[in-house]
Structure formats: C-alpha cells, structure tokens
Write a protein that binds this ligand. Structure first.
Ligand code: GLC
Length: 721
C-alpha cells in the first residue's frame, strides 16, 4: 500500500514540476515575444534614447509604445528621497524615509534572512516613491581599512558576501523593484577611483573578487549591475570586454542590464561593443540644462549606425536587456506593487539589523551589561549625539528619525543620571582640544561609569560629503588612527574612570593600540541606522544579548594589512594598482602568515557562552555533510554563529590556511542545545588553478574546522575526497 501511495505522490510531484516548468517557459516565450515586438516597432532614435540618461536618475522610455522611463535611486541602505530627476530640484524634497544600518552592520549579523528583510524594506519604500531600481547592494571586497566606502560594503570574505547579498537582492526584487549590485569590479578604494588601473591575478579575481557578483547574478538573478569607475587590466570596468561580455554575459548568462556608474563611461565604441547598456551621469550631466543626447551613447550612435560603422543589432541587444528588466518588474503592464513608507515594520527591521549587527569586542570582568543600579553615567564623545544618516555621499538617507547613542542611553537609563560632553570637535585636522578633554575627564571622574562614543565619522550632507568625513565616498582615510584627537580623549577618560565602555562607530577597524589594554569594555556599533541608539542602549543595559560577529578582520595596525604590506595602495606613479596580496585578503592572510589581529574575522562576544560538540563529517566530493551540536551553557538567551572553514592539506598550488565555506546563526535559551547541519557542495573544496586556468577539485584530505571566529576553532574533523 505504502509503495503505491509513494509512487502516486512522486508522480504528482513530477507533474507539478513539469507544469511549473512549462508555465515559466511559456511565460519566458511570451516575454521575449513582447520584447521582440516592441523592438521591431521602435525607431532608431527611440532605441538610442533608452541607452542613456534623460536626467540625473532616469533613463529613456518610449511613451508612444507605453515604455516608461526607468527611475533609479540610491542607495544601499535607504531610498534617497532627494532623488527625482535633477540634483537641484531634489534638494527641495524634505520628506524622509527608513534609514537602515549600513552594509557592514548587516553583514555583521551573519543572518541571511535579515538580508532578505533588509532588501524587502528597500523595495517597498522604492515602490512607494515610484522608483524602479535601487542602486544597491554595494559588495566590493574590504581589502583595506582605509577605503572611505567600507561602511557601505559588507566583508573581506566572498562567501559571507554571497550569502548576505542573495538575501538582500531577493528581498528587493520580491517587491517588483530591481536591485543593482555594485560596483563591478575592484572598486576597493576611493583614492583616484576614476583613474586607478587595477591589476590582479586570475585566481584572485575568481576566488575573491567575483564570487559575490556571481552569486548575485546566478543565484539571485539580479536584474541590473553597476560597472565601476576604475580600470581593470587597462580597460575601464564599465566598458570592459572581459568582465562584461566574457564573464558576466557569456559565462554567467546575465540577462539584465549593465548600468554605468555616474560618469564611468569614457568611450563610445568601447561602451557599445563591451557591454555597457545604460550610460548614466556622464560629466556634462552636471551642467545646467545638460543635453543628454551628447552622451557617449547618445546621438553619436545614430550617426554610427546610419554610416554603417556599427550594426543596429548592437543597439537592439541593449534595448532588449533594458526591456527584459522592465518585464521582470511589471514596468510594462503598469502593475507596480503598492509600497509602504516609514512603517513600524520597516523601523523594526532597522532595529533588528542593528541589534544583531552590533559587536561586543571586549568585556573584561563582565563590565557589561551595566547593572540597573548604576547611579550615574557620563556619556562622552561627539559621535554620541551626531546624526549619521546624511553622511557618506551617494548612500546618504534623509532619515524619518535617527535615535543617536545619547538619546538611546537616556531613554533606557531610567533614574540613572546621565551627563554628556562632546570630548572632541569634528574639524578636519583638529588636534586634541584640551578644554573639551578636561570637561570630559571631569564628567567621567564624577560619574560611576563612563561611556565613550568615538570612532570614524561621515560627512554631513551631499554638497560637502567628504568634509571632515573619514567614512565617505570620494575619500579614503589617511591612516587607521581616530581623527580629531580622540585617542588622547580616550586615554584621559580611561585614566579618570577605569569603569568606562568604549563604543566605536564607523565602517571598519581603527588602531586601538594606545588604549585598548586599559579599556575593559569595547563595542563596535558601525553606523547602526535610525534605531541604532536604542539597539546600543539595549545591549549596554543588558536588555539584549549581542550576537554580532566581525565581517572583516580588525588588524592591530595598518602595517599588518596585506593590501599595504604586499600591494601598491593607493597606486604607483602611473596609477597602476597591483593587488599583490592576491588571494590573501583578510583572515586568509593573517591566519596563513600567522599575523595576530586585534580582533579576528568572525569574532564577537556574548553575555552567555556556548559549547561545541559532536562534530560529524561525512560525504563525498559532491556533497559533504557537517553536523555538530551547539549548546548555550550560560545564564541568558543568546545567539552564536557556527562558522565552517575548509583547509586542503595538500594542494598543487598553495592555498590559504582556511577558507569560510559555511555558517549558521543559532539562537539558544540557557541550557538549550541544537544540532546544526551545514552542507558543503563540491565548490567548497575547489580552488582556481591559474596554471590550468580552471577550477580544480584535487583529491585528498580536507580539514573541516568549526569555530565561532576564524581564530577560535572549537572542533575539527577531516574528510578524504
Ligand atoms: C556614485 C556612486 C554610486 C552611486 C551613483 C549614483 O558616484 O559611485 O554608488 O549609485 O554615483 O549616485
């Protein structure tokens, strides 16, 4: 009897698969028929109008045929409400939206389902504001702590980026809005971003810099992708035959549209032949009343086609891709999904990402969480009161509200008395201000506890996005030292009151060497978005157990960073930049070359502790199953991230000491344990052998290392493949 019902069920399942496949095929046929029909009906002028901007943030449509303009908007962590058609007009728009934590905070959650929720908020608010493309996620590899835009990106590790990015894109595109994964490729610094000519080995390209984009295209089916400013191996990335025609559109079969970064197109024939589909933001667009027909992919193209210098089919191909994007987002049938704006649900997502992304780095003698009996707290540091949302450049967001750390602490403190002193002023080049430091020291001496809120800082609004900014577009940090004399402030306050917590804000590591030994409590808060102050206060007062894990290594000092030790940052005299660190980025370098970091990739403390046991590894070269048990052996509920690293014992070419190939965040009550299973497919064991110019799976023994940071391996097993 069982057999019969089993076979009926399997037949039913098969029929369902066949029906769905037929339906999607039929849909695809219908879509391409519709696209072909439109292309046939279009004049050459109408086609050319679609492949370049018609304003700062729109590209052409064909009203006659019911093809709307495409409306684009930054940015990766909020819908920029200033964006309409032109920069000036937009400044009169003073409504405001949901300001999510920035990319590094999202990645620090190590929670892919939050990636989805994050993207869903963006898609919904984009719909509400009539936007068709959100210009995010930004996923460039964090290879130097100095990059001004690290805050917008995610990690030093391609696997973590891939997992978080797929969720984010599915969240956005599930709302019928296109994501635009950026910046393709190797835009890993802001110094001379428009001219730097990046060179790297094929292996570094395949193993480190491409995987995030490959996952976005082949797993999340991202609709659009943004070409980056820099050159790659001598050709601008946005008009790069190898990157776009070969890898993106042939190897990965990308069906969507390549959008240039704003001003990233430099040559008509290269842009036309090498895969750029929509040219945006070319310099002349910054003039008053620009003539967009003068773009590289503008009226010139009409002449080139009519004189037979290029085939019209080249333009048709671009138009097809743009129409494909429109069919994927209901733009042609006018069925835009209804969006929502500034809802409690969106703000809850912002809160959850901040709560799960803030990282507890140090907690000596359990100085944290603060006891509710604490009588007085001195909050010190301008970052405690500074609103960050309008900082950073193109990713700025006019926030519906932003709870600063000071506001969050005050709200949570109850009867505890709170005093505040800025401790330093934000002025480029400002040294330590003795009077401000003295004021802070006095406040700290008179209080039971002190909370310093220091670190990096954004600029403050679009027109001066890089003034006083250390985390912003168009600028890199000069070094890893905190600016504005903050180190002097931290040392003085720690001396005045050892019961001090140091809260760091910003997009990545700083050099803490001058004071870390005397700081009992250190918290990394990133730019935690509109609910960041509340999330930070919940963690400080123990209403919430922190579970963030570093998505990038915090090195002790800049000299330890491979991009600076081995590379040619920012570039040589001819603006060539050689990634001589190669595949040894982040923990792949520190762990292989035994350079101790300040805090390791994947590291983050909790108010509870976890035990790891029962590791079992089984399988074959197609699939390896890793199971293990994680138990909360402390007194409060919390979450840990079991990270699975792979090490090949013997390989033809050298490989890093370990490589992240799986992870799972697990939430546990006290005494609760869970068995988790992580499946590694064959890709987890391959590396790119550039002598053979292909991915290889070499038979042999692989170590399977499980830890809750790249340097804290709890269990290890082996598998012979
Ligand atoms: C900027 C950024 C890009 C942004 C675009 C539009 O220069 O590089 O990330 O989406 O221009 O503002």
């Amino acid at each position: 009897m069982i057999n019969i019902s089993f076979s009926i069920r399997s037949i039913f399942a098969l029929v369902c698969v066949v029906v769905v496949t037929l339906q999607s095929t039929a849909q695809a046929v219908k879509t391409s028929a519709k696209i072909e029909d439109l292309v046939k009906k279009m004049t050459l002028e109408e086609k050319v109008a679609m492949i370049h901007a018609t304003s700062s943030f729109t590209s052409g449509g064909v009203a006659r045929l019911g093809i709307p303009e495409i409306v684009m908007s930054d940015g990766p962590h909020g819908v920029r409400v200033e964006h309409g058609r032109d920069w000036e007009a937009d400044k009169n728009v003073y409504d405001s939206g949901t300001y999510l934590p920035t990319g590094v905070c999202l990645a620090a959650t190590w929670n892919p389902s939050l990636g989805y929720e994050f993207g869903k908020v963006l898609g919904s608010e984009a719909n509400y504001r009539g936007k068709d493309i959100i210009l995010g996620p930004g996923i460039n590899i964090i290879r130097t702590p100095l990059n001004g835009r690290n805050f917008e990106y995610q990690s030093e590790d391609p696997f973590l980026i891939s997992r978080m990015t797929v969720g984010y894109i599915n969240g956005v595109q599930g709302q019928g809005v296109s994501a635009c994964v950026k910046h393709y490729i190797a835009n890993n610094q802001e110094v001379n971003r428009n001219f730097v000519n990046v060179h790297m080995s094929e292996r570094a390209l395949r193993e480190i810099y491409l995987p995030g984009f490959k996952a976005a295209v082949t797993e999340a089916n991202v609709n659009t992708l943004m070409g980056s400013y820099n050159l790659f191996r001598g050709q601008y990335a946005t008009q790069n035959s190898y990157l776009i025609n070969q890898i993106l559109k042939t190897e990965w079969n990308f069906k969507g549209a390549v959008i240039s970064d704003w001003g990233a197109v430099h040559n008509t024939m290269e842009a036309l032949w090498n895969g750029c589909d929509i040219e945006m933001g070319t310099d002349l667009s910054m003039l008053p009343n620009p003539n967009y027909g003068k773009f590289f992919m503008g009226d010139t193209v009409l002449k080139l086609v009519r004189s037979g210098q290029i085939p019209e089919s080249l333009v048709d191909e671009k138009v097809r891709r743009i129409l494909y994007v429109m069919t994927k987002t209901n733009m042609l049938d006018g069925k835009r999904m209804k969006g929502e704006y500034n809802t409690a649900a969106h703000q809850k997502t912002a809160a959850t990402v901040a709560e799960e992304g803030i990282v507890l780095l140090k907690n000596e003698n359990n100085i944290l969480p603060l006891a509710s009996s604490v009588k007085s707290i001195a909050v010190i540091g301008y970052n405690a009161e500074r609103k960050q949302s309008m900082g950073g450049g193109s990713s700025q967001v006019r926030a519906f509200y932003e709870v600063t750390p000071l506001e969050g602490i005050k709200k949570m403190a109850g009867s505890t008395s709170i005093t505040y002193s800025p401790g330093y002023k934000i002025e480029r080049g400002a040294k330590a201000d003795a009077a401000l430091i003295q004021q802070a020291v006095d406040a700290a001496s008179k209080s039971e506890m002190a909370i310093l809120v220091v670190g990096w800082t954004h600029g403050y609004n679009y027109s001066v996005w890089s003034d006083n900014a250390y985390d912003a577009e168009d600028t890199d940090k000069p070094d890893m030292k905190m600016p504005f004399g903050q180190d002097e402030l931290v040392k003085a306050v720690l001396k005045a009151n050892p019961n001090t917590i140091v809260v760091l804000m910003g997009g990545g590591p700083i050099d803490m060497s001058e004071w870390i030994a005397s700081a009992k409590g250190i918290v990394q808060a990133w730019y935690p978005g509109m609910e960041g102050g509340n999330a930070l206060a919940k963690i400080i007062f123990g209403k919430l157990n922190p579970s963030g894990k570093l998505p990038m290594t915090f090195p002790k000092k800049l000299d330890d960073v491979p991009a600076h030790k081995l590379g040619t940052y920012p570039h040589d005299a001819k603006k060539n930049l050689y990634y001589l660190d190669d595949i040894y980025v982040g923990y792949r370098y520190y762990d292989t070359y035994k350079v101790a970091p300040e805090f390791a990739f994947g590291f983050g403390l909790s108010y509870t502790s976890f035990s790891y046991s029962n590791l079992k590894v089984s399988g074959n070269s197609k699939k390896v199953i890793v199971t293990l048990t994680v138990k909360n052996i402390g007194k409060v509920a919390g979450a840990d991230v079991a990270q699975v690293y792979v090490h090949q014992q013997k390989s033809t070419l050298a490989r890093p000491e370990k490589e992240l190939k799986g992870f799972q965040k697990v939430f546990l009550n006290p005494e609760e344990s869970k068995q988790i299973t992580i499946t590694l497919n064959e890709d987890a064991f391959k590396y790119f052998n550039e002598n053979l110019n292909k991915w290889v799976m070499e038979p042999g023994v692989f170590d399977i290392l499980v830890g809750n940071s790249s340097r804290d391996i709890k269990l290890s097993g082996k598998v012979n493949l």
